[in-house]
Ligand binder design. Structure first.
Ligand code: AMP
Length: 214
């Protein structure tokens, strides 16, 4: 299975990508996670990316395209679930070129649709484990012991870009720069629109139904 999970920040791409990764044995490729690792390690790419990320702006295309290509080249015979890439039309074109070269065309682009009020609720309540990356939500997925990761016990944090000013900026950037990518894939006949408000399991079921798998 080779798919792109598409949607605004907070639409549930990361959550669904983790589930599909396990169910399909596909490799979950998240440019956001790779960039956050680079920032944490203080690499050259991390230093370049940090200020864009903290403000909720997009990191320059050439940086993320290089990351995505490297990850795609390493998946071998496995499928993949792209999460958070592409986010501009230039990235979508670069992805097409890379997949043509690898002879691995996309099966589908899943568009997770969620209204803006719900996106803000999800993002502002999101907490994450800085150590193992496990996501939480103060209302819908609270940790068992307040403020602590269920898996590794680390203190949970709120991402800098889940704070109110950055959230507003990310949603604006999504509308201006990322939403046009939908048209790109619609024209290619790859786009599947999924209503993505509601329970996690139900949304997974809708995604699988749209892909024609159980
Ligand atoms: P995410 O976790 O996918 O929401 O990504 C967090 C941040 O990483 C975004 O707000 C951007 O600053 C940056 N980022 C992740 N993926 C991309 C991408 N494909 N293009 C540009 N910036 C990205």
């Amino acid at each position: 299975m080779r798919i792109v999970l598409f949607g605004a920040p907070g639409s549930g791409k990361g959550t669904q990508a983790s589930i599909l990764e396990k169910e399909f044995g596909a490799v979950h490729i998240s440019t956001g996670d790779t960039l956050r690792e680079a920032v944490a390690k203080g690499t050259e790419v991390g230093l370049q990316a940090k200020s864009y990320m903290d403000r909720g702006e997009l990191v320059p295309d050439e940086v993320v395209i290089a990351i995505a290509k490297e990850k795609l080249a390493s998946v071998g015979n496995n499928g993949f679930v792209l999460d958070g890439f592409p986010r501009t039309v230039a990235q979508a074109e670069a992805l097409d070129d890379a997949l043509l070269e690898l002879q691995k065309p996309l099966d589908a682009v899943i568009n997770l649709r969620v209204d803006e009020e719900e996106l803000v609720r999800r993002l502002s309540g999101r907490r994450v484990c800085p150590k193992c990356g496990e996501p939480y939500h103060v209302d819908s997925k609270p940790p068992k012991s307040p403020g602590k990761c269920d898996i590794c016990g680390a203190d949970l944090i709120q991402r800098e870009d889940d704070k109110p000013d950055a959230i507003r900026n990310r949603l604006r950037v999504y509308q201006e720069q990322t939403a046009p990518v939908l048209e790109y894939y619609r024209r290619k006949g790859l786009l599947r629109d999924i209503e993505a408000a509601g329970g996690i399991d139900e949304i997974t079921r809708r995604i699988k139904a749209s892909l024609g798998v159980q």
